[in-house]
Design a protein. Structure first.
Length: 459
């Protein structure tokens, strides 16, 4: 049995059974049958009807889902409500995208060999999808991995994070209530060896993974030939602040981007490079704003920063911060834990370039501030790591903004806003070791389909 606990205090919420491989094996067999037998396929209008009912059901239960997200994942209730809203919007977005999934006409009379023929492509569902999800957005990540599969007509099996399975299980139940037969969408809670068997099975057509780079790249290396995949990992998001930036706008943006969900976001603000002439002013204002954050029980509507997902993550963050301080960093606020489950929002000034907080994804409520005198050098330092997801530049000069945006290595560069900005219809993905392929509802739907060329000879 898997005990599901509240992230804030470890109180048990529920106990759920782990599924054995035999169950997944039979589900995969049925998923292949559903995909290969054209009589089983759900036409687009039926998928639209199901998703409309699903959106309505989820909308009616947003408050319940928000509280569940807050309890099992530790996300402050104010942000959990936003996640629930985004999940509803994600379903609606998938409905809109169904009508945009189309092929193209291929001109054939560009040579004598092709003359007398008509050709076009059509997009078809790729086949059984397996999804492995992460804890930090236990509803919206499931929506991003499961709903695209439903929308394009792929059977899908989803394994939620072991720490936050309840939001997934409840959502999949809503999917069935909305009218999708259970065999088309299954939630699978299992141990790690069973999950690896599932992912690497040759019957899987598409694998979607959100989580650590170490696990994601390992699983990709073991995929069966022909299995396509999308990987979403983490980063150590850099922010460059030019001397002409408007600090009154910069400060609240970076506080939100750095400490939202206690920094447990793959594009959370982590490395802040500030021009030397404004560094002291920035540190003073930024430190005051971070120190004022309300920390505590995530189910309290006033809480802005909640717990880390597990006590061992508090231990890890505490260790990294202590090592950085021993190496010469100064903590302008925080740098201490509050009991077993919470680490105080922390700002580190000039940690060593080789410190863990400077080179690895912190995934906790810690940001690092570094001064610079040369913009080109700041860009070079921002690009120095093997991870590259989202980054940001703050400046009042449009030339500076575009110059830096062109030079930053990242899947996205955000100008005058924090690195954790996202809307669900934009392309979202990392470069280098931060991931493979691009997320976003429409982009994932495209990945879960494949083109078939039809050529007709008419003379």
């Amino acid at each position: 049995m898997l005990a599901v606990q509240q992230a804030y205090d470890g109180a048990e919420i529920d106990r759920i059974g782990l599924s054995p491989w035999d169950e997944a094996d039979s589900w995969l067999t049925r998923a292949v049958e559903l995909h290969q037998n054209h009589e089983n396929k759900l036409p687009a209008y039926k998928r639209v009807e199901i998703l409309k009912r699903l959106a309505s059901l989820l909308d009616s239960q947003r408050d319940e889902f928000a509280l569940l997200i807050s309890r099992e994942g530790g996300k402050p209730l104010v942000d959990a409500r936003v996640e629930a809203d985004r999940a509803v919007n994600g379903i609606e977005l998938a409905i809109e995208e169904i009508g945009r999934l189309s092929g193209t006409e291929i001109p054939m009379d560009l040579s004598a060999a092709g003359a007398g023929r008509i050709a076009f492509t059509k997009r078809e569902a790729i086949g059984p999808v397996v999804a492995i999800s992460a804890f930090n957005h236990p509803l919206n990540l499931i929506v991003h991995q499961v709903v695209p599969a439903i929308a394009v007509g792929c059977p899908v099996i989803v394994k939620p994070a072991a720490t936050t399975p309840l939001s997934c299980l409840r959502f999949v139940d809503l999917v069935h209530q909305a009218g999708l037969p259970e065999e088309w969408c299954r939630a699978f809670v299992c141990d790690i060896p069973t999950a690896e068997l599932l992912v690497t099975d040759p019957r899987v057509a598409f694998f979607t993974f959100i989580g650590s780079a170490k696990v994601g790249w390992h699983l990709r290396s073991k995929l069966a030939p022909g299995t396509r995949c999308a990987l979403e990992h983490g980063g150590a998001a850099p922010v460059i602040i030019a001397k002409d930036a408007e600090l009154d706008a910069v400060i609240p943006a970076l506080v939100k981007g750095g400490y939202y969900h206690a920094g447990q976001v793959c594009v959370s603000v982590q490395r802040i490079f500030v021009e030397d002439t404004i560094k002291n002013q920035f540190v003073e204002q930024f430190t005051a704003a971070v120190a004022s954050l309300q920390v505590g029980d995530p189910t309290d509507a006033a809480t802005e920063v909640g717990p880390l997902i597990l006590p061992r993550e508090v231990d890890r963050v505490e260790s990294w911060v202590k090592d950085a301080i021993a190496g010469g960093a100064k903590a302008s606020t925080g740098a201490q834990r509050s009991g077993k489950y919470i680490y105080q929002p922390t700002v580190l000034i000039e940690p060593p370039a080789t410190a863990q907080v400077s080179t690895l994804e912190i995934f906790g409520p810690v940001t690092c501030v570094y001064g610079y005198s040369n913009l080109e050098n700041a860009v070079k330092r921002a690009n120095a790591l093997p991870v590259a997801f989202q980054s940001a530049i703050f400046t009042s000069n449009i030339s500076t903004a575009f110059k830096v945006a062109e030079r930053l290595t990242a899947g996205a560069v955000i100008i005058n806003d924090h690195t954790a900005f996202r809307v669900d219809w934009m392309p979202f993905g990392g470069q280098r070791s931060s991931g493979l392929s691009v997320g976003g509802i429409g982009y994932t739907m495209h990945d879960m389909t494949q083109e078939k060329l039809i050529v007709v000879r008419h003379n």
